[in-house]
Write a protein that binds this ligand. Structure first.
Ligand code: AMP
Ligand code: ZN
Length: 121
């Protein structure tokens, strides 16, 4: 438990353990990818580690290989969604100013259309 946030209340941990359904795109023993429930673009997938990590500020040296695996998997997930060649954006929010809503590390894969040239809205 960190602050007022309790892992047992974590939305994405509940998705990982099946308590809450998700529209899965890819899954293995360490990683889950599913369609975002409120897509910002025609393709909007969230890629998460099954390990509960809050955000990039919470990463430990021991997580290096896991993050490497996630990034190696992202183009494969983009290919599954048919946007690998056209291109896409990968975003992770971290903390209050970013507007991070779910306190479980996740990478947004966004594409399926020409994205605006602004990263900061
Ligand atoms: P962030 O603002 O970076 O924390 O992003 C959280 C994302 O989780 C948002 O894009 C939400 O639409 C998405 N989200 C919230 N609940 C669910 C859910 N049950 N299934 C899929 N995506 C969700
Ligand atoms: Zn979690």
């Amino acid at each position: 438990m960190k602050g007022r946030y309790r892992i047992e209340d974590c939305l994405f941990c509940k998705i990982i353990n099946g308590e809450i359904p998700s529209d899965k795109v890819y899954e293995d023993e360490e990683i889950l990818a599913f369609n975002d429930i409120n897509p910002a673009a025609p393709v909007h997938v969230l890629v998460i580690p099954k390990k509960h990590i809050i955000n990039v500020n919470d990463l430990k040296n021991e997580d290096e290989a896991l993050i490497g695996r996630i990034f190696a998997k992202i183009p494969q997930i983009a290919e599954i969604k048919g946007i690998k060649e056209a291109g896409y954006r990968v975003i992770t929010n971290c903390g209050k100013d970013s507007g991070q809503e779910v306190m479980h590390l996740h990478f947004h894969i966004i594409g399926g259309k020409v994205l605006g040239d602004k990263i900061v809205g």
